[in-house]
Design a protein around this ligand. Structure first.
Ligand SMILES: [Zn+2]
Length: 660
């Protein structure tokens, strides 16, 4: 190892000796191979690196930054740490990072408070997303509150160090993704909202989407997000460099306050604290509930997350419902037609602004054409009979779009978006009956490896292909060997090496993270730390009781429930609602309305008690013994039902077969 080649001073050497077992456990990331160096070097000749306009735009209006960009939290590690990304100070990309991604990562490392226009400021690079502050007549209007209360609070305090300390009088959530509302309690006090002194505006459908997306399939999404964002990869030239949208996800506390004012009209003009704002709903675009904002007094257009400096996702790798590229293009065109010639600057809730009427109009037009192209060309090819992988492989942007930095695939990619269009219109099945019911992964892998002459023969072939740089294939075929023989250390190591080189070559930050996390887990196993849970107390409070019972149904273990029939009445004294839940045929259904006369038991409780039990702040038995839950009828039945529910493993296997 090169580390020992340099002789460290004695105290440091002692420390290294003490730390040796720990360091050994961290399998080191490898260097770029010759094919990876060549692939990355080729990018330098393909894209217009001489165009430095984005760097000027990202720095324009700079007021101040936090020292080192560090935001401490209550834990041992800071919740936000830009200092860990000092390695990005170098202009030239190392061979282990795609130079186009390196450029984006350097742009996303520019952080601080920026003046956009008179009375409009942005805090950028203090979390994955932006906070925009509009100075009203008496107070502040905050657009989006970052991911966590700690980062949002620090962002607002940085603003106050340089601008008058006026109170926040309104918060606007641009859309239903948590990196745009999770920090709300860091900028406003819940009591102020309750008292009506602070208004919270949100687009139609905000609450349902803000919580629903994170709960029903939440465990899988959280685990998959570890692959997509790479929070457990060390930042560095051989590790995490960016997310494509911003540097990283902050590690603080995610909160939620329900909006007080919902924007329901497609276009709605309001005056908030003396500021005219035109809200334009854009449902079904980047988020199911989203809106653009236009400020006629300041000639500023805020495109929320509908037009940022990257190709965005029609499908997000953490897992989510498919987005509609056609609708997205249409709403971009609406914004262009309606506000394009009335705007001097375009901002968004990620990345830096675009200044100048001509520039921002061209920018919006190209963003529109990007989504229209992906949607229509994928549909053209699927109508010609091509299947998802074939469409992804052959789709290529026209040069006029491919040479635009803001359309490069830093977050979404052309390949996975093309597959998304297929999924939206045709679903998972490619119509080839051989693919209708293949053997499951482990059984198929065993057969494949056997037919190919056994693991040793496959590995020998794959080593030759690895030397030639055929990493996509090596990763695929080694996956078969790993699934056939999970203990095969050689196969795991070779797959990890292939994934790592693929990671080094990616322009997309999520693709890089996916590959590097895969390599890390093949070498070290799944993470020791559980990922952050999406089921926070604030989110749970916002969940309707119906959605709550839907989620109980998702947790029902059908095998254990076989043959059981349980009916329970749940009477919520605070809501004045009665729900009847019925377990029969291994399915848990619920109905709102009158209590069932045939119920095994009837429970009376408050919703807050139920939430406390779900959050494990209170056990069900304690809730009963303390009288917070009253049970009439057969008191054993509720506990029996709860005993039939699965708890989800937050770090389930991904690159190795599921554990039996
Ligand atoms: Zn976002």
């Amino acid at each position: 190892m090169t580390r020992s080649a340099v002789r460290a001073p004695l105290p440091l050497r002692l420390l290294l000796v003490l730390l040796a077992p720990l360091l050994a456990a961290q399998a080191p990331a490898k260097d770029a191979t010759a094919p990876t160096r060549d692939a990355n070097a080729a990018i330098l000749t393909e894209l217009p690196f001489a165009d430095r306009r984005d760097f000027a735009d990202a720095q324009r209006g700079f007021v101040a930054a936090l020292p080192d960009g560090v935001i401490a939290g209550s834990g041992p590690r800071p919740v936000w740490n830009m200092k860990a990304y000092d390695f990005l100070a170098k202009e030239e990309a190392p061979p282990t990072v795609n130079p186009s991604l390196w450029r984006q990562a350097r742009l996303d490392a520019i952080h601080g408070l920026f003046k956009v226009a008179d009375r409009i400021y942005q805090l950028r690079g203090l979390d994955i997303s932006n906070m925009t502050i509009v100075e009203g007549d008496s107070g502040l209007i905050v657009i989006d509150t970052l991911l966590t209360a700690e980062t949002a609070h620090a962002a607002l305090e940085l603003y106050y160090q340089h601008r008058p300390r006026k109170p926040v009088v309104a918060v606007i959530y641009s859309h239903s993704h948590v990196d745009h509302f999770g920090g709300v309690k860091g900028v406003v006090d819940e009591a102020e909202v309750r008292a009506g002194r602070v208004k919270i505006y949100a687009p139609d459908g905000f609450m349902a989407h803000a919580v629903a997306e994170n709960i029903i399939a939440g465990n899988a999404m959280s685990r998959r997000a570890q692959y997509m964002y790479g929070p457990l990869l060390p930042p560095g030239e051989r590790g995490q460099v960016d997310t494509g949208l911003g540097k990283a996800l902050a590690r603080g506390t995610q909160t939620l306050l329900a909006p007080t004012d919902i924007v329901v009209k497609a276009e709605d003009e309001r005056v908030i604290d003396g500021v005219d704002i035109v809200f334009e709903l854009t449902p079904g675009t980047e988020a199911p509930s989203e809106m653009n904002l236009y400020f006629p007094q300041f000639r500023v257009l805020d495109m929320a997350e509908n037009a940022t400096h990257t190709m965005h996702n029609l499908y997000t790798l953490r897992g989510a419902e498919i987005r509609d590229g056609n609708a997205w293009a249409r709403y971009l065109d609406d914004a262009l037609a309606r506000f394009g010639d009335k705007s001097d600057v375009l901002i968004a809730q990620h990345h830096w602004p675009v200044w100048g009427g001509d520039k921002l109009q061209a920018y919006l037009a190209k963003q529109r054409d990007l989504y229209k192209f992906i949607n229509d060309q994928s549909l053209r090819l699927l109508n010609q009979g091509y299947t998802p992988g074939e469409i992804a492989e052959q789709l290529e942007l026209p040069k006029s779009l491919a040479q635009e930095w803001a359309l490069r695939g830093y977050y979404g990619t052309l390949r996975h978006n093309a597959r998304a269009v297929y999924q939206k219109y045709l679903g998972w099945y490619d119509s080839n009956p051989a693919d209708l019911d293949p053997l499951p992964p482990v059984a198929a892998a065993r057969k494949q490896v056997e037919y190919m002459g056994g693991a040793a023969a496959v590995i020998a072939h794959a080593r030759a292909d690895f030397a030639k740089g055929e990493y996509r294939w090596v990763a695929s075929v080694m996956k078969e060997v790993v699934f056939a023989e999970p203990e095969n250390a050689e196969a795991r190591a070779l797959e990890a090496d292939a994934l790592e080189q693929l990671g080094y070559q990616q322009e997309s930050a999520p693709w890089r993270n996916e590959y590097l996390v895969g390599a890390q887990e093949l070498r070290q196993g799944p993470p020791k730390l559980a990922g952050p849970t999406t089921l926070t107390a604030d989110a749970l409070k916002a969940v309707s009781t119906e959605l709550f019972f839907d989620f109980l149904g998702v947790r029902l273990n059908a095998k254990r429930a076989e043959g059981k029939h349980i009916v329970l009445n749940w009477s919520f004294s605070d809501l004045g609602e009665t729900h009847v839940i019925t377990l029969e045929n291994s399915a848990l259904t619920h109905r709102i309305g009158a209590a069932a006369a045939t119920a095994d038991a009837s429970l009376t409780l408050t919703r807050a008690t139920l939430d406390a039990v779900v959050l494990k702040q209170l056990s069900f038995a304690d809730a009963v013994s303390s009288g917070r839950i009253a049970i009439a009828g057969d008191a054993t039945k509720p506990a029996e039902l709860l005993g039939l529910l699965d708890s989800f493993e937050p770090r389930f296997a991904i690159v190795t077969p599921p554990e039996a």
